[in-house]
Design a protein around this ligand. Structure first.
Ligand SMILES: CC(C)(COP(=O)(O)OP(=O)(O)OC[C@H]1O[C@@H](n2cnc3c(N)ncnc32)[C@H](O)[C@@H]1OP(=O)(O)O)[C@@H](O)C(=O)NCCC(=O)NCCS
Length: 163
């Protein structure tokens, strides 16, 4: 588990570090302009950056619309993976969502992304649909996952990381 994790809204000053993580994490990474739009203009968007010793080690972006959240991005710095950072980010978001009356959390994930699938399933997400050819870069389908916050949506196992 990474120690002394702090979660805070992503700022423009974070973007060099965020983009370095983004580019090694995804086949089609978000651009700087995409992150700027989400953190500065998109009224329904929220991006949270997780820091350890002042360095960004992961981040999660979402849209909150009414009583629903759609997770749009999640990545952890490769040398900090398997230390509970994604779990801490998701818990931070899910706990906040539950407190503010959000009922449903959605996301899309590639069927081949087994580590992300295991993470989401441990939070109570389940597959509710499949979008054909959703990922234009590889032509892969997307699995659509949903977690209902009125049901059990806590990790089934693994490290408990405060943030
Ligand atoms: C998916 C990702 C965010 C996980 O981040 P992480 O900080 O390493 O995850 P955590 O340490 O919090 O792990 C939480 C759980 O996820 C699952 N998991 C994470 N990495 C895994 C791996 N390599 N293999 C299998 N399961 C894995 C496990 O269930 C794990 O719980 P455990 O450690 O108790 O077994 C990270 O691998 C990543 O950034 N991947 C590239 C970007 C990406 O795919 N994002 C998701 C897009 S939908």
């Amino acid at each position: 588990m990474a120690r002394e994790l702090t979660a805070a809204p992503m700022a423009e000053a974070d973007l060099d570090q965020v983009l370095a993580i983004e580019r090694v994490s995804f086949v089609t990474p978000w651009t700087r302009a995409a992150f700027c739009y989400e953190i500065e203009q998109n009224k329904v968007a929220r991006c949270t950056a997780m820091k350890s010793a002042g360095r960004i080690v992961g981040y999660l972006c979402l849209w909150e619309i009414g009583h629903e959240i759609h997770i749009t991005n999640l990545a952890v710095r490769p040398d900090f993976r398997r230390r509970g950072i994604a779990r801490a980010l998701l818990r931070h978001v899910m706990d906040g969502a539950r407190q503010s009356g959000v009922e449903l959390v959605f996301l899309e994930v590639r069927p081949t992304n087994l580590e992300a699938l295991a993470l989401y399933e441990s939070f109570g997400f389940r597959v509710i649909g499949r979008r054909k050819g959703y990922y234009f870069d590889t032509g892969e389908d997307a699995l659509v996952m949903e977690a209902r916050l009125d049901e059990r949506a806590e990790p089934k196992s693994g490290n408990q990381t405060a943030c």
